[in-house]
Design a protein around this ligand. Sequence first.
Ligand code: C2O
Length: 582
Amino acid sequence: MAGGRRRFCLSPACLFVAVAAVVLAMPELAAARTRRYTFNVTMATVTRLCVTKSIPTVNGRFPGPKIVVREGDRLVVQVHNNINNNVTFHWHGVRQLGSGWADGPSYITQCPIRPGQSYAYDFRIVGQRGTLWWHAHFSWLRATLYGPLVILPPRGVAYPFPKPHREVPLMLGEWFNADPEAVISQALRTGGGPNVSDAYTFNGLPGPTYNCSTGGARDTFRLRVTPGRTYMLRLVNAALNDELFFAVANHTLTVVQADASYVKPFAATTLVISPGQTMDVLLTAHAAVLPSAPAFAVAVAPYTNTVGTFDNTTAVAVVEYAPQPASAARGLPLPALPLYNDTAAVANFSASFRSLASADYPARVPRAVDRRFFFTVGLGADPCQSPVNGTCQGPNGTRFRASVNNVSFAMPRTSLLQAHYRRRYSGVLTANFPAAPLVKFDYTGTPPNNTFVTHGTRVVPLSFNTTVEVVLQDTSILGAESHPLHLHGYDFFVVGTGFGNYDASNDTAKYNLVDPVQRNTVSVPTAGWVAIRFVADNPGVWIMHCHLDVHLSWGLAMAWLVNDGPLPNQKLPPPPSDIPKC
Ligand code: C2O
């Protein structure tokens, strides 16, 4: 049933079908398991680019362990914090239906887990399958604390595409020779942009294009393939601050999944993946390769329009048809990637995504909307106030900030979800986040003279089951840039997008309400807009933020406060007894 109206069962026939469907689903329900993992957060010594340092890890591993569950399973992750820093974990993209206390963003759904303390994240995976990931959600700790979360279909349920020979999680990351915590704290102190990373990585490995890399197994990710076989790469962009182009030399990829929802398969030679996003792609190995070319380069490089500096390097991994000496990785021809600022290539790729919208996986796109919001997203500034060495290093001697509707999110000192549960809002949050910008201007044209932001911990309260539309509009303040916006607790449909300023009278008519892609993270195009819809059927407090960590640190975030519904299973349950205290 493509283009889903919400369905209600009124007739006896319909009720019979509904009951039958539940009974038929029983074997899978019975097969649902509890999967338990233990995360010991510890410091471990690693070397990359000839720099040896101690980094926060899960169980001493970098990247962290792979979690594998089946759709319908319960997942319990017991976290012990053994480092000298606060930490929390977020299960990026998991809907957390009725389990808002397990979502993980610090000061939103929980207080941080303090050094020496523990917390068990306990939740079920409902109605999602594919690739998601987990990462720390405190300051910039996710730089090294991340790993894949693989959701297999229920036992006996096939993929809606031919089963690949092998599945390989491939996490794209960003390596800093410096301590990322020192990088962001220095930036916040001076008001300037943070130092950029030194390399991009594939499953933690930078590959042969960087200093000190040999191309061997210790610094280069290698995927060994058999001619003619199909491999599914479970791609995750875990980079802190960079959207990435991705390509494999001489191979075409087929995209089959995005953010744990199936899409209509499409072919692409270059992918674009934003921080927070996931993509399952099929790579079919050539039936035969020349003995002179038994290996191919996989490359990632940044996509950005920033006016500041960025890590303009290219990282390389290897697809090899036969064992290769380490030195071979260095000379491989790179796949052609678009220029770093090729916004047209990005728009073109983004336009290829459609929900699978099949009988088994219908796209339940909300057709009617209860509440509409228009949010500007972008950069801004604060007055210098406390100068470092007499000056601030942001634009014109100010401090960089970022905002939604010119409200820069002020991180509270206690958890918003706890304040909500106790109905003690005073001094913690205000329920007056603006539904539209208070000052209107030509958002993608000449910026206003005053680019200072306001500050606050302001939320939008929503009644249970409200159908929401949000238009996210980029601004040109301090430079138009693409912003990967991530919504916690929900998948949304991307019903429209365009360049320039959103124009309700023309653009709304062009929405795709049939098979729009469903995601948890979407990039607001550079100097453009994107429209999303979701149904607020999950009570709790849900942060929506830019997944470039530097912008999150500068306040590009807001939160939705979704109130309880009337039925018992529509209410936020009490917090678990081990929930950390602030
Ligand atoms: Cu993947 Cu709030 O983050």
